[in-house]
Design a binder for this molecule. Sequence first.
Ligand code: AMP
Length: 208
Amino acid sequence: MSINKQELVLALPKGRVFDDLLPLLEGTEFAIKDNPKNTRKLLLNTKSKYVRVLLIRGWDVPTYVTSGAANLGIVGKDILLEKESEEYIELLDLGIGQCRLSLAGKKNLLEGSTRMKIATKYPKSSIRFMESIGIQSEIIYLHGSQEIAPALNLSDAIIDLVDSGNTLKENGLYEIQVIREISTRLIANKAALKTKSSIVQEIKEVLS
Ligand code: AMP
């Protein structure tokens, strides 16, 4: 299985964002033909013979796009903030996957604190934020389920995505401060903007 020069590869993250994206693509010339629920294929065909969809983890999307292995990618701003050193161009805010990156912990978390252990998968955003509020932080890097870390004394607080707030509530945590609003973005490989500009523009219009 290979990609010819005329084809464009659009990298999509598996999971929540993919589910939100399907309705945006459905009924367009870029609708996915293979049913992702019935196949283990990672490179899927769309109705357009010029566009294929690559299904990968969101955290890998900036790497594929920077290298040119994928020409376009769709990924959360939370991940892009951690991957600022990679070279991609942010083209569009898709207005989906909306949530916030927040500091959460016990109710009086910030009272008299000068040092704090933070469980997170967002070390860069966390260090930047904790510095901005003048609290020294030690990062406990976790891949997921950060919400349980304070109850088990692994950390004092967490920095994670919050949507409804239910996960925090069910684990006895309070949203102490919103660090920034997050949403899903379309990113492009720099070279693809020149060499595949018309198809990039078509995809951008479909997603706008
Ligand atoms: P909630 O209970 O609705 O506040 O959702 C919080 C949980 O869902 C946390 O584990 C988050 O990491 C995850 N989450 C919330 N919103 C998003 C999003 N837009 N993308 C990825 N994960 C999310």
